[in-house]
Ligand binder design. Structure first.
Ligand SMILES: NC(=O)c1ccc[n+]([C@@H]2O[C@H](COP(=O)([O-])OP(=O)(O)OC[C@H]3O[C@@H](n4cnc5c(N)ncnc54)[C@H](OP(=O)(O)O)[C@@H]3O)[C@@H](O)[C@H]2O)c1
Length: 338
């Protein structure tokens, strides 16, 4: 069976391609001409791994890429909490999904779509743990990225209701070895923390996220293809914890000191504004901390993955196990010392 993976050059997509190849699938990686392909294997002659160049906002390139494929893993997205041009989130994350759905209809050879959404598409969960029944209230969005994923989710659900064979998966905050893109937030924050550029905890520790190991998410995506119920939503989330707990676990694993300081969110917010200014005027690179990112910290994002456990045999690992591996990996790359 041949599968098309959009976002193949990304953090999650690269791991997904490798796992699919290891399991004997033929993979067509949909990448841009500008994509960094360093995390992907070289294309080979027997066709088990090939590249298809295009852009999810360019319909024709997607349609051409569908040729010969039975499954589409739509993983591509613009993943960041702030960008100078916020309209890009909608054009790529919503427009890209619309193009995938249209290409599915026109190609006629594809049998299933596994669409990778995000916990952000369900909205925050202040004071409780949500499951797949939660629909984003759509009244307030911390980031344009959240908004784009929520709008795209609605479109994916409408497609499912129309009978399109689509399975929707919603990872939590993804962490684990892999490309250090904007999506690899845990690795980036650990690097900042261990190099003392982040001198303490962010806020009071009242934040809450569901942390998903990248390889568990990949297993969940492949299981969604093989045994996911059509039209179903599956949260591929993990242990619910704060970033304070992540830093404390990291300190315990590495036998280093815990941070002794909690940086108040208004101060982090001010730093975010300065970072945005520096990005706009000097570096041109999206900052790690921005005011919308601080808004995300002001909320809780905790989810239950019981449905994925039951239907997909999803087995998320705990944070201690996952972080031990991440810390050793970052140390081996000399990005952190302990
Ligand atoms: N990271 C997380 O914590 C997290 C959590 C929940 C859900 N997700 C979802 O998981 C998916 C993958 O995220 P990630 O962390 O792997 O992000 P990532 O590392 O930034 O990868 C994004 C991928 O999408 C591709 N892409 C972006 N714009 C495109 C366009 N216009 N046309 C074609 N390809 C385009 C990128 O290509 P280039 O290499 O050319 O830029 C890259 O391959 C996304 O759908 C995201 O919403 C991520």
């Amino acid at each position: 069976m041949k599968v098309l993976v959009t976002g193949a050059s990304g953090y999650l997509g690269g791991r997904l391609c490798r796992a699919l190849l290891n399991q004997g699938y033929s993979v067509k990686a949909f990448v841009r001409r500008t994509s960094d392909l360093s995390s992907l294997p070289p294309p080979n002659f027997d066709g088990s791994f090939e590249l298809a160049y295009g852009d999810v906002t360019e319909y024709r390139s997607l349609l051409d890429a569908c040729s010969g494929c039975q499954v589409i893993f739509h993983t591509a997205a613009l993943v960041d909490l702030w960008l100078p041009d916020p309209s890009k989130f909608i054009s790529v994350n919503v427009g890209g999904l619309k193009n995938v759905l249209q290409a599915f209809k026109e190609a006629k050879t594809v049998e299933k779509i596994v669409y990778t959404s995000s916990f952000f598409a369900l909205g925050s969960t202040d004071g409780y743990v949500a499951d797949e029944n939660q629909i984003h209230p759509g009244k307030f969005f911390c980031t344009e990225y959240e908004k784009s994923k929520a709008v795209a989710d609605k479109i994916a659900l409408e497609a499912a209701a129309e009978g399109l064979p689509i399975v929707l998966v919603y990872p939590g905050v993804i962490y684990g070895a892999g490309k250090v893109t904007a999506g690899n937030v845990v690795a980036r924050l650990i690097i900042e923390r261990f190099n003392w550029r982040l001198p303490g905890y962010i806020g009071s520790g009242n934040d809450r996220y569901s942390f998903s190991h990248v390889d568990d998410v990949v297993d969940g995506q492949i299981a969604a293809m093989n045994k996911g119920r059509l039209g179903e939503r599956y949260l591929l989330t993990g242990e619910n914890a704060s970033f304070k707990q992540v830093f404390d676990i990291a300190a315990a694993i590495t036998k280093t000191k815990k941070p002794w300081l909690s940086i108040p969110l208004p101060l982090v917010d001010a730093y975010g504004w300065i970072s945005v200014l520096v990005s706009r005027i000097i570096t041109g690179k999206p900052p790690l901390i921005s005011p919308p990112a601080v808004d995300v910290f002001r909320h809780q994002w905790a989810y239950s993955c019981e449905r994925a456990k039951a239907h997909l045999d999803y087995k998320p690992r705990g944070l201690s196990e996952g972080l031990s591996e991440v810390l050793a990996w970052l140390k081996s790359l000399k990005l952190i010392k302990y």
